[in-house]
Design a protein around this ligand. Structure first.
Ligand code: 2IT
Length: 440
């Protein structure tokens, strides 16, 4: 295994986040890989690690003063063994090939876990919407799509939102796609309801994460009602999670931004949840105004993981919860760390949490978002619109099945469940079998 990983590291030098994601998967599936000679014959592990195609392009755009800026756009079309490329678009200053490769790799396993026919992809640009005007964001989105459109199609590659890309940006991106292709198809998910978007898609990632936690708790004979949840972030994922946590009687005690975190003893509920959307639309990327608005304590420059909670739900960005954070949470009685963000925990944090308490990985916990994207694609293809109830029931069933797959593949003879191992093997098997069948 070491020799195999050394080769991957040599080939992908300085791509730390990508190596982190690959190492975790290889460690988990290695025994399974060795037990199946057909996988080795097809060199399936090396194949699954290599993206099918990477597109990198220039994105020029003009700011409100008339000055031209140049950003770098990407689409990593990772794997199409089980369906067309599918995954979000991220606009954030941190975007580079390494993190889009890790996100595309993770997406491949995540999409497989949903049981829907979607391959894996990720894209984005090193463009930060922070402090930009609405017109600047529109011009950026239009320029981005002027290149990307030629690589997309409803049966080829279907993007969605991610960090920095919400309903507004999807509107600009989809509008330009339609114009360039002269074709109205469901080539984007996360669209607004008026032009083909699905019920529940904006909430789906957060709802799914809470459903997944519910399944973990149910297996322990517990309920989510009354549990205290520390959430990081204040964007789309955090918003959906806060809504569903409230529906089910749990209490969300923190939210955070790049500027610090807020602590809400009474719980984030009612109009405070709606205010999260207002905050996002300011394009400022800070959470402090929330503390001012509701007269709550704000902890500048700090992360919420020092607070006493039952469940920690990182919902912002990769590697936002490290070893010290995990140790602090465990010491304070936290019993579940569930990643709603992709690879929200560092490798060390994830390992400590898995050993001491329960740790659930992003590719399982946050799969509800892309699952409802899959349902949006189905509705668009069939030209129908499922009700809120129908989508919510389907999402619940999908999350339950993902949880069951993790338990099936991740439980040892003593009955201990390793959710990371379970998610990785379950996600891997379907993609590997499809690749072998297609001699890819
Ligand atoms: O990380 C993710 O799963 C997403 N950003 C959603 C992807 C999608 O295609 O809905």
């Amino acid at each position: 295994m070491k020799k195999f990983l050394d080769k991957i590291k040599e080939k992908n030098k300085e791509e730390d986040e990508f190596i982190q994601a690959v190492e975790e998967v290889v460690e988990n599936v290695w025994d399974y890989y060795l037990e199946n000679p057909i996988y080795q014959k097809h060199n399936i592990l090396e194949a699954i690690i290599e993206p099918e195609r990477v597109i990198i392009f220039r994105v020029p755009w003009v700011d409100d003063q008339g000055k031209m800026h140049i950003n770098r756009g990407y689409r990593v079309e990772y794997n199409s063994a089980i369906g067309p490329y599918k995954g979000g678009i991220r606009f954030h200053a941190s975007v580079k090939l390494s993190n889009l490769k890790f996100l595309g790799f993770e997406q491949t396993f995540k999409n497989s876990l949903t049981s829907l026919p979607m391959g894996g992809a990720k894209g984005g640009a090193d463009f930060s919407p922070r402090g930009k005007s609405d017109n600047e964001i529109m011009r950026f989105c239009h320029s981005f799509m002027q290149e990307l459109y030629r690589h997309l199609g409803e049966n080829t590659d279907i993007p969605a939102g991610d960090i920095g890309v919400g309903a507004r940006e999807i509107g600009y991106l989809f509008g330009m796609y339609k114009k360039l292709k002269n074709d109205f198809t469901g080539v984007f998910t996360g669209k607004a309801r008026e032009y083909g978007g699905s019920q529940i898609r904006p909430e789906a990632t957060g709802y799914g994460a809470i459903y997944f936690i519910n399944e973990i708790l149910a297996r322990k004979g517990q309920a989510i009602k009354g549990k205290k949840i520390a959430i990081s972030g204040f964007g789309n994922v955090a918003w959906g999670a806060a809504k569903k946590a409230n529906h089910l009687g749990a209490k969300v005690i923190t939210l955070s931004g790049p500027d610090g975190y807020i602590y809400d003893k009474e719980g984030v509920s009612g109009e405070k949840i709606d205010y999260m959307l207002t905050l996002r639309n300011t394009n400022l990327d800070i959470v402090e105004p929330y503390a001012k608005q509701f007269n709550l304590p704000f902890f500048k420059g700090e992360k919420p993981w020092k607070e006493k909670c039952d469940i920690a739900l990182p919902s912002a960005i990769q590697n936002e919860l490290n070893r010290e954070d995990a140790e602090c949470l465990i010491k304070n009685g936290c019993s579940i760390i569930a990643e709603a963000s992709n690879m929200g925990c560092t490798a060390e944090a994830a390992k400590i949490a898995a050993k001491e308490i329960i740790f659930a990985p992003g590719k399982a916990v946050n799969a509800g978002g892309v699952a409802v994207s899959g349902l949006e694609m189905s509705q668009n293809s069939m030209r129908i619109d499922w009700t809120r109830n129908e989508i919510e029931e389907k999402l619940k069933t999908i999350m339950k099945n993902i949880h069951n797959s993790c338990v099936k593949f991740g439980t040892d003879l003593n009955g201990n469940t390793d959710y990371v191992k379970g998610a990785n093997i379950a996600g891997f098997v379907k993609v590997a079998e499809a690749m072998i069948a297609q001699k890819e």
